[in-house]
Design a protein around this ligand. Structure first.
Ligand SMILES: Nc1ncnc2c1ncn2[C@@H]1O[C@H](COP(=O)(O)OP(=O)(O)OP(=O)(O)O)[C@@H](O)[C@H]1O
Ligand SMILES: [Mg+2]
Length: 281
């Protein structure tokens, strides 16, 4: 049986050791299955800070994150030594909010090969995995020789995601993956997120888009000023007007329509499924 357990135990974090403002305050959290989790909250609420604790990009100022994947255990706290960080990052892939932070090689193919080469030390295998990931992201061969820095924002994002998928991590974290993307590219990304979950991965998505969250998420975590104010199903989260207001979040459009016409069925989460019901009824 493949294990997956990620536990935040009283995690607090501050960027400036000399100041008292904490970006995260005593966070307790558990992830232990393949699911799609959306992390939401207003700008500056601590979303990016929170998820960067999952692969050791940030280490808790106090408290601990313990990560167990396929019987490998990592304890991330202030005593953590970075020696097995590569192993951790092979298991927990992270796509940055700004893809520029992630891309650095001279061409797209080399960039995507970097992760698998680092893990497997086998150029042929790294190339195969990179090409598979680029294909999955719809990045054609004509891009392989191009500099990643000369691509459009959306193209950079696709290459950055391919770079993470190439190492086949068990946990995939996407920090605002659909910002700056057109509606079709957004649907493509969400299709990928669904496929990753079906492959047995835990997928954590940061987003401000409550419509996408309502349609795709199994669970939503809402942060406010460094604290978790909701960790529940989407149906529960978006009925709470105070939480929505405090987090500057819009109620999902489909939920507004359902409330207006008196449909309670929690399985209806998209315009398409609502259309089906209205047609049948
Ligand atoms: N590198 C940094 N140095 C100092 N403070 C930081 C740094 N990065 C973030 N912060 C602060 O930590 C808090 C949480 O920031 P974080 O980036 O986690 O927010 P966020 O919820 O991801 O916001 P956004 O939606 O704008 O991406 C904010 O008050 C922010 O100003
Ligand atoms: Mg952020």
């Amino acid at each position: 049986m493949i294990t997956l357990e990620i536990k935040f135990n009283q995690v607090s974090f501050k960027y400036n050791k000399k100041k008292e403002d904490y970006a995260l305050k005593k966070i307790n959290l558990l992830f232990n299955k393949s699911e799609i989790v959306f992390v939401m909250g207003s700008t500056g609420s601590g979303k990016s800070t929170l998820v960067q604790h999952l692969n050791g990009l940030l280490i808790a100022t106090s408290g601990q994150v313990s990560i167990e994947i396929d019987n490998q255990k990592f304890i991330l706290d202030k005593f953590y030594k970075e020696k097995n960080i590569n192993k951790l990052r092979e298991n927990v892939g992270f796509v940055f909010q700004f893809p520029e932070y992630q891309l650095f090689e001279t061409n797209v193919l080399k960039d995507v090969m970097f992760g698998p080469y680092n893990f497997f030390k086998d150029e042929k295998k790294a190339k195969e995995l990179a090409i598979k990931a680029l294909k999955e992201m719809g990045v054609g061969e004509e891009y392989y020789d191009r500099s990643p820095f000369e691509l459009s924002g959306g193209e950079k994002r696709k290459v950055a995601i391919a770079g993470v998928l190439a190492s086949n991590p068990r946990v995939v974290i996407l920090d605002e993956p659909t910002s700056s993307l057109d509606p079709i590219a957004t649907r493509d990304i969400m299709g990928l997120v669904k496929r990753l979950k079906e492959e047995g991965k835990l997928v954590i998505v940061i987003s401000h888009d409550t419509d996408l969250c309502y349609e795709y998420a199994d669970r939503v975590i809402i942060l406010n000023k460094g604290e978790i104010i909701k960790d529940c199903s989407v149906c529960e989260a978006f009925e709470d007007y105070r939480v929505l207001k405090d987090s500057c979040l819009e109620q999902p459009f489909i939920l507004k329509v359902k409330n207006k016409i008196g449909i309670k069925d929690e399985k209806i989460k998209s315009i398409e499924s609502l259309k089906e019901v209205l047609k049948d009824g």
